[in-house]
Design a protein around this ligand. Structure first.
Ligand code: CA
Length: 226
């Protein structure tokens, strides 16, 4: 899952980023409303966190601008103020949720989880493909009931592929969705991680059909057939 945090206070922004990365999420930071708008409208995010008091474009205006541009990514607003007016105004401007600073980090994480689940509530957080399951709440991956332990990056890659099962994803799309823009990774890294996943998802089950496929010249997909 990929999250954008728009917060001008560098310390807080970095604190949020570090905490969310512990959840295996990939986090981009923007330090003013303008940068936030540029990133939010050019990169695919699962959730956007916006602080209300921002330089260049204030949070509320940024929120309105994004919704006007038909960007429907779930947005959680952060604010130091606790006035109810703020809350109503934010929700009217298109925010999905609202959190007052200082907040308990676990609450931020819980709310992000809830927001990211919103579009597909019926799935109970479990992504499935044949005999492979990924439980996004327990962060557990199993194939024919055997637990598979993955690194954070491997998990994120598998989650991304499973969310788009059957679709061919090229290296650029994978990089954009799995790594943060400052990671500066090479397309070959994707290949390396695809191979790590194969080693854990397909290789230990030689009697089962492989699920991870290379589509030569295009990219990769996860599917029950080639
Ligand atoms: Ca601020």
């Amino acid at each position: 899952m990929k999250i954008l945090v728009v917060e001008d206070e560098h310390k807080i922004a970095q604190f949020i980023k570090t905490g969310l990365e512990l959840e295996s999420w990939s986090v981009d930071l923007a330090f003013d409303g303008e940068e936030g708008f540029d990133l939010a409208s050019s990169e695919p995010y699962d959730v956007i966190i916006i602080d209300l008091m921002l330089p260049k474009i204030p949070g509320l205006e940024l929120l309105r601008d994004l919704r006007k541009k038909d960007i429907h990514t779930p947005i959680l607003v952060l604010t130091a103020k606790g006035a109810t007016d703020d809350k109503v105004e934010c929700l009217n401007a298109g925010a999905d949720d609202y959190l007052i600073k200082p907040f308990v980090f676990a609450e931020l994480v819980a709310r992000i989880r809830a927001l990211s689940r919103r579009p597909k509530q019926q799935t109970d957080g479990v992504l499935k493909l044949g005999n492979l399951t990924l439980n996004t709440i327990k962060r557990e991956v199993k194939r024919v009931k055997i637990k598979i332990s993955l690194s954070k990056r491997e998990y994120a890659l598998l989650e991304f592929l499973l969310k788009h099962k059957g679709d061919v994803k090229n290296k650029d799309e994978i990089i954009q969705n799995i790594w943060s823009y400052e990671d500066d990774i090479l397309p070959n890294t994707v290949e390396v991680y695809i191979n790590y996943l194969r080693e854990k998802i397909d290789k230990p089950f030689p009697s089962l059909k492989p699920l991870i496929h290379t589509v030569r010249g295009f990219g990769y997909k996860i599917d029950t057939h080639e």
